[in-house]
Design a protein around this ligand. Structure first.
Ligand SMILES: C[S@@+](CC[C@H](N)C(=O)[O-])C[C@H]1O[C@@H](n2cnc3c(N)ncnc32)[C@H](O)[C@@H]1O
Length: 275
């Protein structure tokens, strides 16, 4: 089956309640890494921050705690339902320094200037991330910070190879996303993307969570579940996974019995200052 060009591809993860819950669990696992990247980049108390692809507000909440009451976070998100959920989340957290605007990051028209431009797991879904960044940098003041947290599956695929079932799950999940036009190596592409957007070469870091923690198995299994309709739509061969109903239990056993560690995806941070 032919896949649509990336520019027209719908957002592959969708907006179901199950996906909202998965994003919440993912945020709880990743926020400490994201916070390290943002703080290392120079995001700080009092900053006015433009966040793109704000989703359900998990990154916005994190950034609101960094910038404090004297700062502000403006989140850009194209899905109205996600914004409604994010607003509820922000209210429940008692935050008054976050607001969301509905819109596409390619078509923003703002009057404001910001101290920081940032996002997590958003450039990987854009048809031309460098063009998007180029159109957004005028909203950053000279000397302001541009920082993104994106994923890289290259080290993840390599690390997974020691365990056959786990490796099959990682490979098939990767294929499902790739066929849906998500850039699963956006993290490694950030260097080129910043340069193509007219920004200075970024400082970059790669972090991977390692261990036998069941949260790692769960994270990828849940990603697989999310992308399963796309895997079916694109006819990706899943026979290496065996019976799907017993898959999770077999994965857990494989990790437990292997005396080996598994990893998260490669978590990449890249940041620079606008000249
Ligand atoms: C994987 S979610 C990440 C949400 C959040 N940044 C996080 O890490 O929890 C990506 C979000 O980007 C939004 N998005 C994708 N393409 C967009 C675009 N062109 N303009 C605005 N938002 C977009 C999606 O609707 C989705 O909510």
């Amino acid at each position: 089956m032919q896949t649509p060009p990336r520019a027209q591809a719908p957002y592959p993860l969708g907006y179901s309640d199950a996906e909202a819950e998965r994003l919440g669990r993912q945020a709880a696992r990743l926020n400490s890494v994201t916070e390290r990247f943002f703080r290392a980049a120079g995001v700080q108390s009092g900053h006015r921050v433009l966040e793109i692809g704000s989703g359900l507000g998990h990154v916005s909440t994190l950034v609101a705690s960094i910038v404090g009451d004297s700062g502000e976070v403006v989140g850009i998100e194209r899905d109205a339902q996600s914004i409604a959920k994010a607003e509820q989340y922000i209210r429940a957290a008692g935050l008054h320094n976050v607001r969301f605007l509905q819109g596409d990051v390619h078509e923003l028209a703002l009057d404001d200037q910001f101290d920081s431009l940032l996002g997590r797991f958003i450039l990987m879904f854009l048809p031309d991330p460098a063009a998007a960044l180029r159109s957004l940098t005028p909203y950053v003041r000279p000397g302001g910070t541009v920082v993104f947290h994106e994923i890289s599956w290259t080290p993840f695929l390599a690390m997974a190879q020691r365990l056959p079932l786990w490796s099959a799950l990682v490979r098939i999940t990767h294929e499902g996303f790739r066929k849906s036009h998500a850039d699963m190596d956006m993290g490694l592409g950030l260097h080129r993307t910043f340069l193509d957007a007219g920004l200075p070469a970024p400082t970059m870091r790669l972090e991977m969570m390692l261990g036998v923690d069941e949260a790692l198995t769960q994270w990828v299994y849940e990603l697989f579940q999310t992308v399963q309709p796309k895997i079916a739509e694109h006819g990706v061969d899943t026979s290496a996974l065996g019976d799907i109903h017993s898959l999770y239990a077999r994965l857990r056993d494989e990790v437990k019995d292997s005396d080996s560690i598994i990893s998260s995806g490669g978590l990449v941070g890249a940041w620079t200052q606008k000249p």
